[in-house]
Design a protein around this ligand. Sequence first.
Ligand code: AMP
Ligand code: GLY
Length: 432
Amino acid sequence: MGITVVDKIMVVGGGGREHAIIKKLKESPQAGKIYCLPGNAGIAKDAECVAISAEDLDGVVDFAVREKIDFAVVAPDDPLVMGLVDLLEEKGIPCFGPNKRAAIIEGSKAFSKDLMKKYDIPTAQFETFTDMGDALEYVKTCRIPVVVKADGLAKGKGVLICETRDAAEAAVLEMMQDQVFGKSGSTVVIEEFLEGPEVSVLSFTDGNTVIPMVSSMDHKRAFDGDKGLNTGGMGTIAPNPYYTEDIASECMETIFLPTMRAMNKEGRTFKGCLYFGLMLTTEGPKVIEYNCRFGDPEAQVVLPLLEGDLLDIMMHTADGTLSSAKFHFAEDEAACCVIMATKGYPEHYEKGYPLSIPDDLENVYVAGAKLGENGELLSDGGRVLGVTARGKNLPEAIDSAYAQVARIEFPDGFYRHDIGQKALAAWKGETR
Ligand code: AMP
Ligand code: GLY
């Protein structure tokens, strides 16, 4: 049988995750031309970047129709939650990514918590509040520490872990009165504080089948030793050594399949990448959060371990035939991604700092870069690069990622030096 070429592919988004998706799509013998909206100066080496924002839904749809796009991949949370997939599908363009009704699983924490309660999916105990007075009353007597979460999207910053009653009260006021997260905070979820190793499990699902990808571990705090503020993610490793085969089977039975079926029952069939943020508590694995998309920087370690044709998997996911896609992950190897960010991130930072990446580094995913007047590469964001290495095992992957980091010139950047160290301790325990 001959190979059908997908002439025009469009990837919506413009960060390191999108770069990792594009590099993997390019390996597919079926892949034709790849566009990225808006992309960035680093992604421009691998795709044609078009200066249309991912949140300009009309602009994206107009472009897709005008260019006769054959297949679209919508990667970031905002356009998914806003309904970009629905608009593209109305124009007859097949998409990888959930429609608006399904993307609510990330778009509203109140929705996802109610879903878990209704279908008995293990998660932290919680209460939802739309009235500030009720929320303030609740934190006067609830167990401390407690976690206060804005209902809607908040660029990964809408979760506050409160160690004292005063902090919990302040969190409620910030979200509901001062509206620091805008409308996202007009409803809050207040939940039990859980403890245990965290695992990210991304999965492909088409509503009929759910296939987990290799597990991973994010490092959310800005500085070594999990110090500093929460960020979008400062580095990742895969596989996550805490996530054993037994735990994986348990998650399939108690979390992954029940979630897929629950969404079907609600008339919200989820097609795309469903991301399970899990905590392995002493009572078993529990869901911390769902995301309706690939994680960033989880995608940067998971996709390099994929042995298979990403385009083929995505097209099977879109048309509901995922069970016939053939692929696996190199679970016996490992990958590590170290994020290089601009000094000052995640708070105030400037853009436009010089950076230089040796040409022979293969898996450097560019999250935020632009070209200067003389065509030189300049930083253009908080998170700037994701430097990934694949290795035979975890220590090799970590060493190799840091060896590459050492060859990159970015004097105004910083990175964590301990990505993978916690995992390494667990890995050593397991292989001893
Ligand atoms: P999220 O934005 O929902 O991923 O939350 C950010 C981080 O907050 C998570 O990765 C956890 O480390 C932490 N977190 C969220 N919910 C809880 C919880 N119920 N108990 C303890 N930590 C939590
Ligand atoms: N790295 C966490 C996320 O993408 O939400």
